[in-house]
Design a protein. Structure first.
Length: 239
């Protein structure tokens, strides 16, 4: 990967607000956020419950739109896009990894990995070949015919990682990726994510776990809807 690609700005949030209205009450979930994330960065977002982590993830993933401000993703202000445009961005640009895996129980490993490729319009033979490649990448080449219920939690999360990578997105968003896993399995999943970062994949993890955050290069710490701390884990997580 070239130095230019490593340092290119992928995400920029400018004066970004998210306000939810409940009757006559306004709840300010995000309050004028300004932040930049470059391609190839390995970032964790932390904060106490109610700090705005879920709202931030939804906006970064183009699952929700800000009330005010700009969200520049790969040079496009997605904050101003319509829902169908956002859907296309999610399909082509972003890969998602969820705490609860979100696999389709009726589909086997290969078919689950193929899901984003199906929506992207890939031909069946090409999508299956790509899914096989991703299954091998996460160490599941011998489990391709298994359904999610026949897999351990760690194996299910590996399928979710392979699915997120399948369409070669610019950005991977992971929501508490080890939240449902034991310590040993969490370590295995984090090793995969660490390896992807070493390959230059842009990763943003939302986590409450300092041990997970310590795997990343940069911690963004949310307090009352804004990033109050931004720096290396050793600095931000210092007691």
């Amino acid at each position: 990967m070239t130095q230019e690609k490593q340092t290119r700005e992928l995400i920029r949030l400018e004066s970004l607000w998210k306000i939810y209205r409940y009757g006559s009450v306004d709840v300010k979930a995000l309050r004028g956020v300004n932040v930049s994330i470059r391609e190839g960065e390995y970032v964790s977002i932390m904060g106490h419950s109610g700090s705005g982590k879920s709202t931030m993830l939804n906006i970064l993933g183009c699952l929700d739109k800000p009330s005010q401000g700009s969200y520049w993703l790969d040079g496009q202000d997605v904050a101003k896009m319509e829902d169908d445009e956002l859907s296309e961005i999610r399909c082509s640009t972003i890969g998602f990894i969820f705490q609860s895996f979100n696999l389709v129980p009726q589909l086997d490993v290969i078919e689950n990995i193929q899901v984003p490729l199906y929506y992207a319009g890939w031909p069946e033979d090409e999508s299956r070949g790509r899914a096989m490649e991703m299954a091998e990448k996460v160490g599941l080449a011998d489990r391709i015919d298994h359904k999610p219920t026949q897999l351990s939690g760690g194996q299910q999360q590996r399928v979710a990682i392979a699915r997120a990578l399948a369409s070669d997105p610019l950005l991977i968003l992971a929501d508490e990726p080890t939240g449902n896993l034991d310590t040993s399995t969490s370590r295995e999943v984090l090793e995969i994510l660490d390896g992807l970062s070493a390959e230059g994949v842009t990763l943003i993890l939302v986590t409450h776990d300092p041990e997970v955050a310590r795997h990343t290069q940069r911690v963004l710490y949310l307090v009352d809807g804004n990033f109050q701390k931004d720096g290396p884990p050793a600095e931000v997580l210092r007691r």
